[in-house]
Design a protein around this ligand. Structure first.
Ligand code: FPP
Length: 263
């Protein structure tokens, strides 16, 4: 009697998009509360948040993360007071200016996602320079994506607009259209783990398509206090979870799947 045909659940997610390493995405929340609780202006919390960004980028590769997407400024954040928005834009600019060459040297490729038409021409120039400096050969071991003026729903709408006339698209082809700027024509992998700091438990219009099967990890830690150990714990928690992508645990026989004998 022949053994029943076994079908393993997908190893890399439903669309099979995962590249080398995990794709971690972080909603870096809590900067304002961190600062206010210390009697400091909210912008001080954002400045301290930049140090947490540096710690996390340094640690991510060692923890098995190959793509890291950071939510730095949502399209809804334009509603914040002008002074806070200006302070944030200055921080993005100084971070990219200071880090681009170091990232290139360490094999980290930078991509900024989101709308650019509402950013200042100076910031757009710095973004383009950072992307160009880190785009070189060999700088593909680790992809750092920074979301600025980003809204997942707007990104999906724009990608849908680009689909026009292309007939029926696969999920992978749509993911490729969503990668804006395009990542060598390759789709960005689905998010494996999404971390949100600051105690809230919502997605806030971040990577809604890419998070279809993400493991969600919420922590009360305020972003400026987020340490390497917190990222390591989130990765450990991710590995403790069983990802089934809609299937059942373990390999599934065809009989179990369709409910009839196929022998
Ligand atoms: C949310 O906290 C955080 C932001 C809107 C900005 C995130 C920016 C940084 C971490 C610094 C710069 C980033 C890079 C990539 C250089 P919040 O202000 O909403 O905090 P709250 O909920 O306590 O008010």
């Amino acid at each position: 009697m022949s053994a029943p045909l076994r079908l393993a659940p997908p190893a890399t997610g439903p669309a099979g998009l995962a590249g080398p390493g995990l794709h971690a995405a972080i909603i870096m929340d809590g900067n304002g509360r961190w600062a206010i609780s210390r009697g400091r202006p909210r912008s001080a919390g954002h400045a301290a948040g930049v140090e947490a960004v540096r710690r996390v980028v340094e640690a991510a590769g060692e923890l098995g993360i190959g793509t890291l997407t950071l939510f730095a400024f949502s399209s809804d954040n334009w509603r914040r007071p002008d002074a806070e928005v200006r302070a944030l834009m200055r921080l993005f600019r100084s971070y990219l200016t200071a880090e681009a060459a170091k990232c290139a040297k360490n094999g980290i490729r930078i991509a900024v996602i989101g709308r650019r038409d509402r950013l200042s021409p100076g910031l757009v120039r710095v973004v383009e320079e950072a992307e160009a400096v880190t785009a070189g050969a060999g700088a593909d071991r680790f992809l750092l994506r920074i979301a600025v003026d980003y809204s997942a729903r707007d990104a999906i709408l724009r990608a849908a607009g680009r689909c026009h006339g292309q007939g029926e698209l696969s999920r992978e082809a749509f993911s490729q259209l969503l990668a804006d700027p395009p990542h060598d024509g390759r789709p960005v992998p689905d998010v494996d783990l999404l971390i949100r700091t600051g105690g809230e438990q919502r997605l806030s219009d971040f990577l809604l398509w890419e998070c279809a099967y993400a493991e969600l990890i919420f922590t009360d830690r305020m972003w400026p206090d987020f340490e390497r150990a917190d990222l390591a714990e989130a990765v450990r928690e991710f590995h403790r979870r069983e990802r089934r992508f809609g299937a059942v645990p373990g390999p599934v026989s065809v009989e179990e799947r369709v409910g009839v004998s196929v022998r």
